[in-house]
Design a protein around this ligand. Structure first.
Ligand SMILES: Cc1ncc(COP(=O)(O)O)c(C=O)c1O
Length: 397
């Protein structure tokens, strides 16, 4: 099929929940993707922080292919070797002692919300179920996770929302302290707000939040769906600090493009998820787990995460130089590792479209922020190409 034929099919048969660009990608390798006419694009979005090892990494592809010929799915009523090995690896790489598997970020957050409520109910008493979340956060598109999300635009038209959420500004410890009541069971926060515009916390925010949660006997849930799996230069973003959450959610890059989500927790909390309390038909099935296991094993074997801080610093330095040439276009530049946001003073949608015409894929977030989340394997030469394209795009203004 050519691109025009694919566009027509989408238009006719796929729900229009996305404002789609006129691009149909059919093939990918590393940091490159190709459309139906075989035009090559540099992918600095990576499916929005998903393909951290690049497209079709041979080890992940081989693991999926091999598992697909052996056993794709069995129920969680039975033991699944790849799932158990994946859980052990995630625990070895983090604070966690137990893992629950699902299929997406929203589902991982649903699980976290349910677990926190159940913990509150069982440990602290009936009605201790309220969860504090942040303005401009993003936690997913299910009913519970749009309620948790502190953005009106994702909630519009879906009321009644769930009861039991309180919202405070991100990065404001006093506001969290004031919002905690005897009915609060947890605080849910992204270590870096992704969809909200790549908003970094103050350096001591997470540790102060941890201390506050301990003092007030409230669980700390970190949503690392976007920041996790090496994106910021640590396996999980909170590992840049010296704190650990009680519950953490991951998805996106966990399977390098194969859908899988996970909720990690300490045993003292996870034990309230007993038989029948929660579940998922596909969660951590043999195929998804094999993909995630290969993704993380490859990341460790190839020491991918170690390079991210350096590559990210190279990218940010290049962007700062660009800002000197275009101060009337570029505002604040923020990022950690390869999760980078650039505030623009011209419409970001125009810039994203112009980049696309120059065969560069980038994204947007927040009000007017250019979002760069390339595969973690991106080389300096490819970052130079990215900066060159941005230079040409900005020159037109
Ligand atoms: C921080 C965060 N949480 C949750 C989600 C939802 O993940 P999913 O789209 O896999 O449900 C996202 C997606 O962008 C996210 O960035």
């Amino acid at each position: 099929m050519n691109s025009e034929e694919i566009f027509a099919l989408t238009e006719n048969f796929v729900a229009s929940t996305y404002k789609r660009f006129p691009l149909a990608l059919v093939r990918g390798e590393g940091v490159k993707v190709w459309d139906a006419e075989d035009n090559e694009y540099l992918d600095c979005l990576a499916g929005i922080a998903v393909c951290n090892l690049g497209h079709c990494h041979p080890r992940v592809t081989a693991a999926i292919a091999q598992q697909a010929t052996r056993l794709m799915h069995v129920s969680n009523l039975y033991h699944i070797e790849s799932q158990s090995r994946l859980a052990r690896l995630l625990c070895e790489l983090s604070f966690a002692e137990k893992v629950f598997f699902c299929n997406s970020g929203a589902e991982a957050n649903e699980a976290a919300i349910k677990l926190a409520r159940r913990y509150g109910h069982e440990v602290k008493g009936e009605g201790v179920k309220r969860i504090i979340t942040m303005h401009h956060s993003f936690h997913g598109r299910t009913m519970a996770t749009i309620t948790a999300t502190g953005q009106k635009k994702v909630q519009t038209g879906y009321q009644p929302l769930l009861d039991g959420f309180d919202y405070v500004p991100f990065n404001d410890i006093e506001a969290v302290a004031a919002a905690i009541t005897e009915k609060t069971c947890a605080v849910l926060v992204e270590p870096i707000q992704g969809e909200g515009g790549v908003i970094l916390p103050a350096p001591d925010y997470l540790s102060r939040l941890r201390r506050l949660c301990d003092e007030r006997d409230v669980l700390l849930i970190l949503d690392e769906v976007q920041t996790g799996i090496g994106r910021t230069g640590a396996f999980f973003a909170h590992q840049h600090s010296d704190i650990a959450p009680d519950i953490l959610t991951a998805a996106k890059a966990l399977g390098n493009g194969f859908p899988i989500g996970a909720m990690l927790a300490i045993d003292r909390v996870m034990r309230y998820f007993g038989p029948g309390s929660h579940g998922s038909t596909f969660g951590g099935n043999p195929l998804a787990s094999a993909a995630a296991l290969a993704t993380i094993e490859t990341m460790c074997a190839e020491k991918i995460v170690d390079k991210v801080v350096q590559t990210g610093a190279f990218l940010v330095a290049g962007l700062k130089q660009l800002k000197q040439s275009f101060p009337e276009i570029i505002g604040d530049i923020r990022g950690l590792g390869l999760m980078v946001g650039v505030d623009l003073k011209v419409p970001v949608a125009e810039v994203v479209e112009a980049c696309l015409k120059s065969r560069l894929l980038v994204g947007s977030a927040g009000d007017n922020t250019l979002r760069l989340t390339p595969p973690l394997i991106i080389e300096k030469a490819e970052i130079e190409t990215l900066l060159q394209v941005l230079t040409e795009v900005f020159r037109v203004y």
